[in-house]
Write a protein that binds this ligand. Structure first.
Ligand code: SPV
Ligand code: MG
Length: 425
């Protein structure tokens, strides 16, 4: 079991198990859960403490895999007991494997009837609608990094994007795919206000927008901190973001009037000195209150026309100064410079998280980025870029036709938009 939210359906299975013999609980680890579902609210140790204190439980063992087979081979139980709600849907294959394995080891499968009216998914959704706390949200990114080969982050510039990222699930090959968290992008935050991405939108304004996202979501947030500004100001930004429950801020090693990186060398991109940027990282790390908040250093060498060697020298210095991760950015289309950077960096720093933003090299699949050593993939601007052409097409259609009837197929039905936001009725 996952046992994130205990309820009578689960305790009934436990009582039945204890009646049949000495009961061992295979408790899914965060890693196992993350391969198929959202991370539980409680971490493994917290869930273990709850379960091992329930009457009838003799021991709790980690189940590190979504499949039950490895633990069954290891423990060779006489009986495995499970709720009968795995007979259909994505769990049916798991059930089949369990029957085969128990036959092989000469054991029996006991299925306990599903308790109607109460289940973990329903409770989970209710809990989600109440929200989360800044502390739980902030810790979530580090937990995801521990549990998942690669963490997928999508840009959000308003509450609606936040809701979409929070709830969207797509089933592919028996897996439920979902985004793990949100990127508060300076580009899309500025663009959605009709402003250029030059740090003209101040932190207070950006936080107001982020607050709308915080209110309707529970997933972790990575905040685009641009250059981080003056060192004396950055320390306040760190505390403010941390207090809001943001998991990480990414600051880039540029100086002067910041221009969006995707201009590359078409704009003047001035890089900060290594010494000064390291000072900023150190000041930020000293300012944070918790050990959970992350400061990720973004290297702009490849954007500013320098080479991978320059980026690697900077990466070493930033890690040495306390950066919790490195973001490497490029506007090259091939992705070759990113591959070289990641593979060389990974040899020297096996554990430091690498963040990539594959906007221009977007033919490269997530699995390949992961093989290069990338831990966080940010889709930095896609919801805004998708929204604008859709809005433009609807507006053009209305102008051309002198009425809105023809635009209807381009628009979401009124009923759907009324139902989209909880509490509208
Ligand atoms: C942003 O999304 O604001 C970024 C990423 O900083 S990029 O636009 O690619 O520079
Ligand atoms: Mg930005």
């Amino acid at each position: 079991m996952i046992a994130d939210i205990m309820h009578p359906g689960l305790t009934r299975i436990i009582s039945e198990g204890a009646r049949l013999g000495e009961l061992t609980i295979g408790l899914f680890t965060d890693k196992a859960v993350a391969s198929h579902k959202r991370l539980p609210f409680l971490n493994y140790d917290q869930r273990k403490e709850v379960v091992e204190n329930i009457k009838g439980v003799a021991r709790v063992v980690p189940q590190d895999d979504w499949s039950y087979v490895p633990n069954l081979h290891k423990l060779r139980p006489d009986i495995i007991i499970h709720g009968d709600d795995w007979k259909s849907g994505v769990d049916a294959e798991l059930r089949h494997q369990v029957f085969e394995t128990m036959k092989e080891i000469g054991g029996e499968v006991v299925e306990v009837p599903y308790t109607h009216g109460i289940n973990s998914s329903g409770l989970f959704n209710e809990l989600k609608s109440i929200g989360t706390t800044p502390e739980i949200r902030m810790k979530m990114l580090r937990r995801l990094l521990d549990a998942k080969p690669v963490v997928k982050i999508m840009e959000a510039h308003d509450g609606l994007c936040g809701l979409l990222i929070e709830n969207l699930e797509v089933e592919t090959n028996g897996h439920i795919e979902a985004f793990d968290g949100m990127w508060c992008s300076s580009l899309t935050d500025s663009t959605s206000k009709g402003k250029p991405d030059i740090e003209a939108v101040d932190l207070t304004t950006r936080l107001q927008d982020m607050n709308n996202i915080l209110e309707c979501t529970t997933k972790p947030i990575i905040f685009d901190g641009d250059t981080g500004g003056k060192i004396e100001h950055f320390v306040f930004a760190v505390r403010t973001l941390e207090r809001h429950g943001v998991s990480a801020v990414i600051i880039e090693d540029k100086t002067g009037l910041k221009k969006n990186s995707l201009f590359g060398t078409d704009a003047v991109q001035t890089q900060d000195s290594i010494e000064h940027f390291c000072q900023k990282i150190r000041a930020g790390k000293e300012a944070q209150i918790t050990s959970d908040f992350m400061i990720i250093a973004r290297i702009e060498s490849l954007i500013a026309g320098k080479d991978v060697d320059d980026a690697l020298i900077r990466a070493d210095a930033y890690v040495e100064s306390g950066a919790d991760g490195i973001m490497i950015h490029s506007k090259e289309k091939s992705g070759e410079d990113i591959r070289q950077f990641c593979q060389r960096f990974r040899k020297k720093h096996p554990k430091v998280p690498i963040v990539a933003v594959p906007t221009t090299y977007n033919h490269i699949h997530e699995t390949e980025l992961c093989e290069w050593g990338v831990n966080i993939i940010i889709y930095a601007n896609h919801l805004l870029r998708a929204a604008y052409p859709a809005m433009k097409a609807a507006a053009e259609t209305i102008l051309k036709n002198g009425r809105s009837l023809e635009a209807d197929p381009l628009c979401m039905p009124i009923k759907e938009i009324l139902e989209l936001i909880p509490g509208t009725k």
